[in-house]
Every structure is written in structure tokens, then in C-alpha cells.
Design a protein around this ligand. Structure first.
Ligand SMILES: [Cu+2]
Length: 88
């Protein structure tokens, strides 16, 4: 009891992590058709500083990116675009 978790504060009952300010953005790219596409997209985002996680759902053609708060949706869309998967 009484153990403090560094960086965690509670505001009005909601736990907020002050260490990693991260956002999640979901983008849809209709050209995602198979696991190869998913791997290519994961590799592309793996080279982007500030991106912490990437989840690609081939069935729904959705890419969910965990990233630092100062990365915009447009920047993420450009990464997908450059990898050959234009965002709808
Ligand atoms: Cu593919």
C-alpha cells in the first residue's frame, strides 16, 4: 500500500500518465489486402520517431498508430502514402 507509481496522477478519478503523452490515431487505407501489406506498413512506421506502436487490421483495412502527441494525423497519413497505401 502507498506505493507511488512515478508519473501517474489521478484527476477526478481518471489516471493520467504524465511520462508518456501518447495518442492513438486510426487511419483507413483501402489498398491493404494481405499480411505483406501489414508488414510493409509496420516497417514504414517503425522508422518514424515518436511512433510507439502500430496495429494493422487487414480485414477492416485500418491502421492504428500509437504516437507522441505532437505527431499529426497528416504526418501519419503521409507515412502510409509514401509506403504505397493512400489513406481514404
Ligand atoms: Cu498485401
Amino acid at each position: 500500500m502507498g506505493r507511488n507509481e512515478p508519473g501517474k496522477v489521478s484527476i477526478k478519478g481518471k489516471d493520467i500518465n504524465m511520462n508518456t503523452q501518447s495518442n492513438k490515431t486510426t487511419l483507413t487505407a483501402p489498398d491493404i489486402v494481405c499480411g505483406g501489406c501489414a508488414n510493409a506498413i509496420k516497417n514504414a512506421f517503425g522508422r518514424v520517431p515518436g511512433v510507439s506502436e502500430v496495429d494493422v487490421d487487414v480485414a477492416t483495412k485500418q491502421v492504428t498508430v500509437g504516437h507522441e502527441a505532437d505527431i499529426t494525423r497528416d504526418q501519419l497519413a503521409k507515412v502510409l502514402d509514401d509506403a504505397g497505401f493512400p489513406v481514404s
